[in-house]
Design a protein around this ligand. Structure first.
Ligand SMILES: NC(=O)c1ccc[n+]([C@@H]2O[C@H](COP(=O)([O-])OP(=O)(O)OC[C@H]3O[C@@H](n4cnc5c(N)ncnc54)[C@H](O)[C@@H]3O)[C@@H](O)[C@H]2O)c1
Length: 462
């Protein structure tokens, strides 16, 4: 049998791995040993390049986003918009009284002291506000999922192309050092050909299950409920729908749009992939019977086709909001020569070759004489692979202690693109490929059948 390692492809991969500094045994990627690709440089900006920022949707993520955005030099918050008075007051508490405040995002978009906006509203508002902002000449940072429905993504792509304005979608993890290192390792052949992705997220808390607190002063005076509904069906005033909008299909995208979408951004980025061709979901509403109409357990299998950048493989995504007393999450790429656990601040690489020499399990049924002969035969066949075994083991790559994080990097990338120094890493086409693949899970779940997707043209097929 010709050993695959004798192929030119493997040789090239090994050479690349060697030059990437991966032939040594396990080590921590300390500051001293950091690969140059993992150095982040944050170029200075010209004092003329001050960016004035507006925030639309001053809820939880809008605040986290703005905090990260304001850490980037030369960025100033000038205006905020929200439909609940308490959020406007909170914005003032956080960022001072000089802010322009409004409940109508169109007033914010009309202002000259706003160059760029963050759109951190519920999902069903993303498309309209993003398009209106682009058309008003603003750069847009649109939270993920870029759209609530896959077909809407094409409208954002068209608006961005027509206006030429910068538009970044907000899956911040893919700008992180961890994701970049994983991409570098994958391309260097560290795990061989991909065969499987395992993504999971187990949550065990009321906040994890989207049971966000309802403010005691919320009422029809302080909340503009009709505007919140937007294109969604008209229903009477309801604090729960307003503050726990994720729990309703009319406004959110379920766990797929909330959580799968991040994993798709990371996965598509690492593999340079356009995404899957098929999804099959199951799940149910098992525990949180609080009026929500989305499942709290979702399991989806995706099929990725073979492309120039990856082998055909299968992906398993699963989320549960009950978690039986524990919690946690993972994102693990499994390949023919190893696996990688990828996070924003670290990558755990396990380099393995399938161990071809049988151990005790099956040898127990062989006579001692035959055990000896069998081992000799395997050794002879595999002897020339011994040197490869030097690569075996676990390598943990960790970001340096002073790393500013993926959220900062994603915003830095956004503002640097506005300043004309680079393009965004997650443009609307990328955003649609991640959101489209994610909401495919919902299509399959609600139809109770597999669904097909064209990842190149970003269209639902059946
Ligand atoms: N990137 C991430 O890791 C991440 C994390 C959490 C949430 N998100 C995304 O951020 C978005 C917001 O989520 P959240 O958890 O902050 O929700 P949230 O409910 O805390 O905040 C949403 C805010 O938008 C306001 N709003 C609703 N409709 C509006 C409109 N038409 N105009 C102006 N304001 C409006 C609401 O009053 C509310 O304050 C969602 O799309 C979500 O998927 C992203």
């Amino acid at each position: 049998m010709k050993h695959p390692d004798s192929s030119r492809r493997s040789f090239l991969k090994k050479t690349t791995l060697a030059t990437a500094g991966l032939t040594a045994g396990p080590y921590l990627l300390s500051a001293q040993r950091r690969d140059s690709l993992l150095e982040r440089s944050y170029p200075a900006f010209s004092p003329n390049d001050q960016i004035q920022l507006g925030l639309i949707g001053c809820g939880i993520q809008g605040i986290y986003d703005t905090r990260s955005a304001l850490k980037v030099a030369g960025v100033k918050l000038t205006a905020v918009c929200d439909l609940y008075q308490g959020r406007l007051t909170r914005a003032e508490e956080l960022w001072g009284e000089g802010l322009f405040k409004t409940r109508d995002y169109r007033e914010l978009l009309a202002r000259e002291d706003v160059d760029a906006v963050i759109v951190a509203t519920p999902d069903h508002w993303h498309k309209q506000i993003t398009i209106d902002a682009l058309q008003a000449g603003k750069a847009v940072y649109c939270e993920k999922p870029m759209v609530q429905r896959a077909e809407e993504g094409h409208e954002i792509i068209a608006a961005q192309q027509k206006t030429g304005k910068v538009c970044q979608v907000g899956s911040q993890g893919m700008s992180s050092l961890g994701n970049e290192k994983a991409k570098q390792l994958y391309e260097a052949g560290a795990i061989g050909d991909i065969v499987m992705l395992d993504m999971y997220n187990d949550r065990y808390s009321s906040e994890g299950a989207w049971q966000y607190p309802i403010p005691p002063d919320a009422n029809p005076e302080t909340v503009d409920f009709d505007t919140f509904l937007g294109r969604a069906p008209k229903v009477p005033y309801d604090n729960t729908r307003f503050f726990r909008w994720r729990n309703y299909r009319d406004y959110g995208t379920g766990v797929a749009g909330d959580l799968f979408v991040h994993a798709f951004s990371t996965l598509n980025y690492i593999l340079s992939s356009n995404g899957p061709v098929r999804a099959q979901s199951t799940g149910g509403l098992r525990y949180w019977k609080d009026g929500r109409d989305v499942p709290d357990v979702t399991l989806t299998f995706y099929d990725y086709p073979k492309t120039d950048t990856h082998a055909a493989f299968n992906a398993s995504f699963r989320v549960n909001f009950i978690a039986g007393g524990g919690g946690g999450g993972g994102f693990r790429l499994v390949g023919t020569e190893g696996s990688m656990e990828v996070g924003q601040n670290s990558v755990k690489l396990f380099r393995t070759k399938l161990d071809m020499i049988p151990g005790g399990y099956s040898m127990i049924a062989q006579t001692e004489a035959n055990q000896e002969k069998l081992r000799e035969a395997y050794e002879a066949e595999l002897g020339n692979r011994r040197s490869d075994y030097l690569d075996l083991g676990e390598t943990v790559f960790e970001a340096p202690r002073d790393y500013k994080g993926g959220h900062y990097d994603h915003f830095f990338n956004f503002f640097d693109a506005i300043r004309g120094n680079r393009t965004v890493v997650q443009d609307p086409r990328f955003g649609l490929r991640a959101a489209g693949a994610a909401v495919l899970a919902n299509e399959s779940y609600y139809r109770s059948q597999p669904v097909k997707w064209d990842p190149d043209n970003m269209k639902l097929l059946s």
